[in-house]
Design a protein around this ligand. Sequence first.
Ligand code: KIV
Length: 286
Amino acid sequence: MNRKKITIQYLQNKKEKKQPITMLTAYDYSSAMLVDRAEIDMILVGDSLGMVMMGLDSTVPVTMDEMIHHCKAVARGAQYAFMVGDMPFMSYQADIAEAVRNAGRFLKEAGMDAVKLEGGSEVTDTVKAIVRAGIPVMGHIGLTPQSISKLGGYRVQGKTAESALRLLQDALALEAAGCFSIVLEAVPAPVATEISRHLRIPTIGIGAGAGCDGQVLVYHDLLGLFDRLSPRFVKQYANLSKIITEALTAYRQDVETGQFPAEEHTYPIDENELATFQAAVQKSFS
Ligand code: KIV
């Protein structure tokens, strides 16, 4: 097949044709290469990297420079996927001009195609300014991990009629502000379905059911590489922690028992060269 780079127009067409959009996180060159090889439509370099790559307790401490570092690596690994860089906490909240400059870094320095930021109606002025600068923006509402203190924990959002309606209004406001797509995280499936039906742009769900226009999961969750948290919405397609731990243990045992490296893992030397070398060594040390 003649693969082409995924564009916003392609994602929009998928929504219109009711073809589900696929998205996964990736944080480095080799994982981005694998995600791209699997023909996933979009890669999110999520600030979840703070937890799964850096071992932090939340995404809050992640910095712009850390995001740019990981985005650069992902951009080198993915050729076709549409790549979205996640704006970290306090890179867009304090000041609109600073938000535009930071968003620009994701495209200019890190090779991303778009940025994502969290929040509803309260961030629409920021979204407008970033879009005006020519930078595509993905919204993110529902459970927004950067506001975990305000939300009181990793909780499902939109469980009351009032809060569900607020989510719909936020989604419409983000669409009107110019977002090309919106992530809906940890939202009851019927609420996410209703929001998706009322938007022209695609919704990408995580813990928001099959009524969204696409799905996103964290790479490490899908592959069973991270077991500190296991949200209900994750489907684990492999248990790589087990496979990797077994492989690492086998390596340790092979080294300890002298089974690695074997002959086939070493480089030969011409016999005459070796003899000359050994004679020279003997001469210098005798
Ligand atoms: O940071 C992230 O990985 C995300 C997804 C969970 C949507 O924002």
